[in-house]
Design a protein around this ligand. Structure first.
Ligand code: RP5
Length: 168
């Protein structure tokens, strides 16, 4: 499903270009489900003013959900969530030193009152952040809902059609 001429409805942001090999899986899922997204590097530590501007302007620009990925001392999702009423989904990116456990704990342990929906570390988390963002968009969009349902049905069919776990 081409999304190239649609206005972005999901913002996929990340703390560094080095996060892209993980965060691209969120974008792949969104594109597959026909949800246009924008992608940006927004660093909580290196570009705090940009973070402020991005979070403050996202809703008025038509963004409905923000997916934020970061690694290490991963403040990006929480700091974005503090400045927008939009749902924010956090993706812990795997770090070299601590394999992403630092990222996970930084993102998941939000104080009560500012919500970040935290996904799994790495590729699975980014993929599911894209899927969950599409499911949120689907609440108001029948076409996206149909795409999500078709994706899930295909996934089920793939398992049932090939139940032998041994390599062929
Ligand atoms: C975080 O620091 C980024 O999200 C990234 O995961 C990590 C390392 O960034 P680089 O030093 O590779 O730019 O802010």
């Amino acid at each position: 499903m081409s999304t190239s001429n649609q206005a972005p409805r999901v913002g996929v942001i990340m703390g560094s270009k080095s996060d892209w090999p993980i965060m691209e899986h969120a974008v792949t899922m969104l594109e597959r489900l026909g949800v246009a997204c924008e992608t940006r590097v927004v660093s909580a530590h290196r570009t705090p003013d940009l973070l402020f501007d991005y979070a403050k302007s996202a809703a008025e620009r038509g963004i409905q959900v923000i997916v934020a990925g970061a690694g290490g001392a991963a403040h990006l999702p929480g700091m974005v969530a503090a400045q927008t009423p939009l749902p924010v989904l956090g993706v812990p990116v795997e770090s070299k030193a601590l394999k992403g456990l630092d990222s996970l704990l930084s993102i998941v342990q939000m104080p009560g009152g500012v919500a970040v929906g935290t996904l799994a570390i790495g590729k699975a988390g980014a993929t599911n952040a894209g899927l969950l963002a599409a499911q949120i968009v689907a609440l108001q969009d029948a076409e996206v809902r149909a795409a999500v349902e078709a994706f899930r049905a295909e996934q089920t069919r793939n398992v049932l059609d090939d139940p032998d776990p041994r390599p062929q």
